[in-house]
Design a protein around this ligand. Structure first.
Ligand code: ADP
Length: 227
């Protein structure tokens, strides 16, 4: 059920941190709906630019396919522009941003200037579960619905339940690329947990390997509402 955050509380930036495949996107979508604040995914924004043939899309397409991080300046500019939209005034959920120290610093100074409270939620997922999720992921190229061969298979193998389109493997879900994405996370993004803690930002750990998405959602929602 949707219960928007009270208007009286300070604006809130929820940062979902976790490895690729930790379920950030799934949780962010549900939280956005329940709390009435936008879901901001730099991965989705970059993929939309590629689909639309936008000049930024042409510049980043190769990096996305190879699982390599896009330049900080490009991603920071996207986020600065997005956070200036009126719907982000009361708060927002960041999914896939920040991913590097430079991005975290840009975000912190933006939020400090606007008096926005930060809350970091770290989704912890076992390595083997991550690999099973990423290698089993299939997507509908028409409506974007994401399936998983193990945890959420389509009714008819290989076919989207909603529109009958043939499901595809996202280019960056190929095994060699998955390795690249996990390494980028380990070396560049995981250290941000210490960066945030060092600045006195609250970092809440949520074990997200085995519980259902619904149970994990309840835990995160409670952390946010009591923050
Ligand atoms: P995942 O978290 O599953 O890897 P995303 O959709 O968040 O998927 O990101 C997909 C790709 O988009 C990344 O591998 C990277 O190339 C690019 N990307 C997304 N967000 C960022 C970011 N904050 N900084 C740099 N590159 C990014």
């Amino acid at each position: 059920m949707s219960r928007p955050l009270p208007l009286t509380r300070p604006a809130l930036a929820v940062v979902l941190l976790g490895s690729p495949g930790s379920g950030k996107g799934t949780q962010a979508r549900q939280l956005s709906e329940a709390l009435g604040i936008p879901h901001i995914s730099t991965g989705d924004m970059l993929r939309a630019y590629v689909r639309q043939g936008h000049p930024t899309g042409a510049a980043v397409e190769g990096k996305l396919k190879a699982g390599i991080l896009v330049k900080d300046e490009v991603v920071n500019a996207l986020v600065v522009e997005r956070l200036a939209q009126p719907d982000a005034a009361r708060g927002f959920i960041l999914d896939g941003y920040p991913r590097t120290r430079a991005q975290a610093e840009t975000l912190s100074s933006m939020l400090a200037a606007r008096g926005v409270q930060e809350l970091v939620i770290h989704l912890i997922v076992d390595y083997n579960v991550i690999i099973a999720r990423l290698t089993g992921r299939r997507q509908c190229p028409v409506c974007g619905t994401v399936y998983n061969l193990v945890s959420k298979p389509p009714k008819v193998p290989g076919v989207c339940d909603l529109d009958g389109a043939k499901l595809i493997v996202r280019e960056d879900d190929r095994e060699s690329v998955i390795r690249e994405r996990l390494e980028a996370y380990e070396h560049q993004t995981r250290p941000l947990l210490d960066y945030f803690r060092g600045k006195g930002v609250r970092v809440s750990e949520v074990e997200a390997s085995h519980d259902s998405p619904e149970v994990i959602f309840r835990k995160i929602e409670a952390l946010i509402r009591e923050s």
